[in-house]
Write a protein that binds this ligand. Structure first.
Ligand code: NAP
Length: 275
């Protein structure tokens, strides 16, 4: 993988566990690539003959212009989180949003089709989630963001059912079958750690409440959702399933989800022990 910084990435633990569980003689490593060097890193991939590459911040946009072809999803997003070979061509993919939809299907035991969704946030993760929810047949993808102009771009990606709502729109919260926090609010080590990005009073039982934040695994939002009887889903599922999609693209083999999930949870608990 390439990114900056990458020292605390969970991806090496997840993918190396997957290779071991699948009996594949592959190894996954993290390279800290300076901002602006994405194109040179893609050239290195070609020259070194690497079997695949994960791409994380700040290179997701830069890599999109350096591969030979983009998947339809990566093209719509203008962002790549995975590069795989198709014969002699390098293809840029984006597995983030699809990873969330896969994780939700496992968690709720059914598809997204016909569900009303509220997405909080409009950054890179939110945009990939909006595109995937729209493609999966969500009946409504309402997007609320601190900066409304960015919400319009995310909502448009969801297609005909995408729309912008205000952050304090209580009706949109109560109406939603699925609420997704795709802001960085709640993330450990940030100003928003411990904060909740939505009016908790509007959450209700029967809802699915997802937090893309996975560090900590139990955010204040998820605790509040659980307290009202909602189905709380943390960000580990999306993290694992977006990695599983990458694994399949590189190896052509089904991903060992259980081993990847165990590795992710173990790596997160070890991170939490670091003072
Ligand atoms: P990003 O592009 O930087 O976007 C951040 C989003 O959070 C923006 O919508 C921003 O609003 C909003 N935000 C930040 N601080 C806020 C605050 N104090 N109050 C309200 N809104 C605030 O980040 P990203 O890459 O999309 O990542 C977002 C989160 O998803 C992170 O926690 C990341 O770790 C997580 N994530 C998880 C997975 C997974 O696999 N589970 C994958 C990707 C990302 P403005 O537009 O107004 O600035």
């Amino acid at each position: 993988m390439i990114g900056h910084p990458v020292a605390h990435s969970l991806s090496p633990a997840i993918h190396n566990a997957a290779f071991a569980a699948a009996g594949l003689d592959w190894v996954y490593g993290a390279f800290d690539v300076a901002p602006g060097d994405a194109e040179r890193a893609v050239t290195a991939m070609r020259v070194l003959g690497l079997g695949g590459l994960s791409v994380t911040m700040p290179h997701k946009d830069g890599v999109a212009g350096a591969v030979d072809v983009l998947s339809a999803t990566a093209q719509r997003l203008g962002a790549v989180n995975c590069i795989a070979w198709d014969g002699t061509r390098l293809v840029g993919h984006n597995t983030d949003g699809g990873g969330l939809v896969d994780a939700l299907e496992v968690e709720i035991g059914a598809g997204i089709e016909g569900r009303r969704c509220l997405v909080l946030g409009a950054g890179g993760a939110a945009r990939s989630v909006c595109l995937a929810l729209g493609a999966a047949g969500a009946a409504d993808v309402a997007v609320a963001n601190r900066t409304p102009a960015r919400a319009a771009i995310a909502a448009e990606l969801a297609g005909a059912h995408g729309r912008v709502v205000m952050v304090d729109d209580a009706l949109s919260v109560a109406d939603a079958d699925v609420v997704v926090n795709a802001t960085s609010v709640g993330m450990a080590g940030t100003d928003g750690a411990g904060a909740i990005p939505v009016d908790v009073g509007q959450l209700r039982s029967g809802q699915v409440v997802v937090d893309l934040v996975y560090h900590p695994v139990e955010t204040a939002l998820l605790a509040a959702a659980r307290a009202v009887g909602a189905h709380a889903v943390n960000g580990v599922g999306m993290l694992v399933h977006q990695a599983a999609r990458q694994f399949r693209l590189w190896t052509g083999v089904d991903a060992p989800i259980a081993a990847m999930t165990d590795a992710a949870n173990q790596a997160i608990s070890q991170e939490s022990e670091i003072p």
